[in-house]
Every structure is written in structure tokens, then in C-alpha cells.
Design a protein around this ligand. Structure first.
Ligand code: SF4
Length: 347
């Protein structure tokens, strides 16, 4: 365990822990004033101080390039606002809604697509706003799934989560509750027996979707935290973001997917990085992502294959972005070695 068991929240603390050099204090304080910073003890322990390109540091330690915006970037890159009929709800697809319980996280990722709206002290849903959000869900029988997100819902207490999950579960037409979180990796000690119990409800399916981007994130304690969910009968999926200098090579990406599967977590999405402000230095091109997916397909088990997806800017939803293995007319299909084969046309 760390000798400094508190979350690091300002640049001076990062400097004391040798995560940023003293000569960059000024410029990084400017970044921290713009975008929230939090590095938990578990994450601080994962960072290798001797490596200037450490892939964990790249995800969490502020970088002066965050102050440089690029024209296609926007403050609400996936268009949550346009599909938010009331506070806390995003209703983009017919059969599911996001319920944003809280706008805080255990850590603040430098590539976050909600970086303009999450941060410490940003609060969460008031009791009245939560009641209104639940009324909205009650009134719409087409809502089959409720996705708890934020921020990170698992920063809430087990007692608060249990109350919310039970209120959602009481809606007859909601059959699935999905929780998106980074907590099992960045603060595994939070995954207590009480928290796991809080997410389980009879006659509804709960899924936990873990956000992890590098195989080193799945150390012993993170694996044990994930096992507590799976052993309790809560299936786990994963989502990762393709990030330059973090996981944009096939060995790292493949090792991440294998580590997830070894933890009984099915890789679900590999997100192309969103156009969040000040994140250009962390984004790759889509062609590079497709090449990585081809390489994964060729070398790793089917269990290790996520869907590569893009959230179309401005709220048009998520679409798989390949690669495609079938020719346009359907007559040729590509195998995992890149060879093409004829497929008989339908008579
Ligand atoms: S945990 Fe999720 S919502 Fe929070 S900063 Fe990271 S990417 Fe953003």
C-alpha cells in the first residue's frame, strides 16, 4: 500500500510525489485550474516515476497540451445536452437512458469526454431531481435499461446506491441496470461487500462495465475487486478508450483484453477517443484504430475482441467503425491473415 493514502488533488502534491517536475509547476497549475485533478493512492502506486512516457501517468497527470484546443473539439463532444430532457437523464436511444447520479469521480482522466462537467464539488442529483428522473423513467414503458453513470456512480456510499438501485428496480418495465465505473481499478478498496450487495436486486439483471485502458491497471487488488462482483453473480463488461501513447499498439491492447478476460470481464467497447477539449495529443486516427482491430482479430481469442466504436459528435449516437471484412458486393471475405476468399452469391 502507498505510504500516502490520500488522493492527490493539486499540483504541489503531485510534485511532492515526484509525479511532475518542480520547473513545470506554473504551467500545470494553470491546467489544474481549468480541469479537475485527482490521483488516488492506487493509481499513484501504478505510475513508474522513471518512465517519462509512462502510460498510466499519461492518463492522469496533467499536461500543458491540455490548454491547447483544436477547432473540431467541443465542450460536449457526444452531445449529451441535446438529449437531456431533464437534469440527470440522457435519453438518446429508445430503449435505454443514462442516469447521471453524480458529477464527481475518484480520479480525473485527462481525456475525459465529460471533463467540462465533472469535478469535485460539482455535486450530484438532489432528492427532488432524482425523483423527477425516476418519474420520467416510470412514465416511459419503452425504457428497458437504465445506465448509471456520471461522473462515477461508485463514489457514492453503498447505502445511497442501494436506495437508488431499489427505486429503479421497482419500475416494472426496467429489466437491466448497468453501472459504468472506473472505481474497481482506481480505488479497489471501495468495492466492499456492502457495495456489491447494493447493486444486486432480485429479478433484475445488473451489469458492471469497467473502464480500463492499460493492462497494468489490472493489478492484484483491482482483480480482487472485480472478482467480488463476478463471484456475487454480477456479470462484467469492459470499455476502453484508444489513447495515443497508452494502448495504441497491438501488444498492449491485446494484453489489456487478455487481462480483462482473465478477470472474467468480457471486452465490450473500444472507444475512439472523443473530441474533448485539450485532448488532441491523446487521440489516434481512425485508420490506426482499424489496423489495431485487424491485428487483434488475427492474433487473439474471440473473447478478447471488443467492438471499435465512435460516438458521432453532437449526439447522433455510437456506431461501430470497423474494420470491415466483407467486400461491398458481398462476394469476397477477408480472413484473419489478410487473404481474400470468394463467397457464393445468393441465388
Ligand atoms: S472516470 Fe469517467 S467520467 Fe470520470 S474523469 Fe474518468 S473518463 Fe471522465
Amino acid at each position: 500500500m502507498s505510504a500516502h493514502p490520500t488522493t492527490l488533488r493539486d499540483i504541489d502534491q503531485l510534485c511532492e510525489r515526484a509525479l511532475v517536475p518542480r520547473e513545470r509547476l506554473g504551467e500545470l497549475a494553470e491546467v489544474a485550474a481549468r480541469y479537475a485533478v485527482a490521483i488516488t493512492p492506487a493509481v499513484a502506486d501504478l505510475i513508474e516515476r522513471d518512465d517519462p512516457d509512462d502510460p498510466i501517468a499519461r492518463q492522469f497527470v496533467p499536461d500543458a497540451r491540455e490548454l491547447v484546443g483544436e477547432p473540431p473539439e467541443r465542450r460536449d463532444p457526444i452531445g449529451d445536452d441535446a438529449f437531456s430532457p431533464l437534469e440527470g437523464i440522457v435519453h438518446r436511444y429508445p430503449d435505454r437512458v443514462l442516469l447521471k447520479l453524480v458529477n464527481a469521480c475518484a480520479v480525473y482522466c485527462r481525456f475525459c469526454f465529460r471533463r467540462e462537467t465533472v469535478g469535485p464539488g460539482r455535486g450530484g442529483l438532489s432528492p427532488a431531481a432524482l425523483a423527477a428522473a425516476l418519474d420520467y423513467i416510470h412514465a416511459r414503458p419503452e425504457i428497458w435499461e437504465v445506465i448509471l453513470t456520471g461522473g462515477d456512480p461508485l463514489v457514492l456510499s453503498a447505502r445511497r446506491l442501494a436506495a437508488v438501485v431499489r427505486q429503479i428496480a421497482a419500475v416494472g418495465h426496467v429489466k437491466v441496470i448497468r453501472v459504468h465505473t472506473r472505481v474497481p481499478v482506481v480505488a479497489p478498496e471501495r468495492i466492499s461487500a456492502a457495495l456489491v450487495r447494493a447493486l444486486r436486486v432480485d429479478e433484475k439483471a445488473t451489469f458492471v462495465v469497467l473502464h480500463a485502458n492499460h493492462p497494468r491497471e489490472l493489478g492484484k487488488e483491482a482483480r480482487a475487486a472485480c472478482a467480488r462482483f463476478v463471484d456475487a453473480g454480477i456479470p462484467m463488461l469492459s470499455q476502453s478508450v484508444l489513447l495515443r501513447g497508452v494502448n495504441d499498439d497491438v501488444e498492449t491492447l491485446g494484453a489489456l483484453m487478455r487481462a480483462l478476460v482473465e478477470c472474467r470481464i468480457k471486452p465490450y467497447y473500444l472507444h475512439h477517443a472523443d473530441l474533448a477539449p485539450g485532448t488532441a495529443h491523446l487521440r489516434t486516427g481512425i485508420a490506426q484504430g482499424q489496423a489495431l482491430m485487424r491485428a487483434l482479430h488475427g492474433r487473439y481469442s474471440g473473447l478478447c475482441q471488443p467492438a471499435y466504436v465512435l460516438d458521432i459528435p453532437d449526439g447522433y449516437g455510437k456506431s461501430p467503425i470497423g474494420p470491415n471484412y466483407l467486400s461491398e458486393d458481398g462476394s469476397l471475405v477477408e480472413d484473419f491473415n489478410g487473404r481474400h476468399h470468394r463467397y457464393p452469391p445468393r441465388r
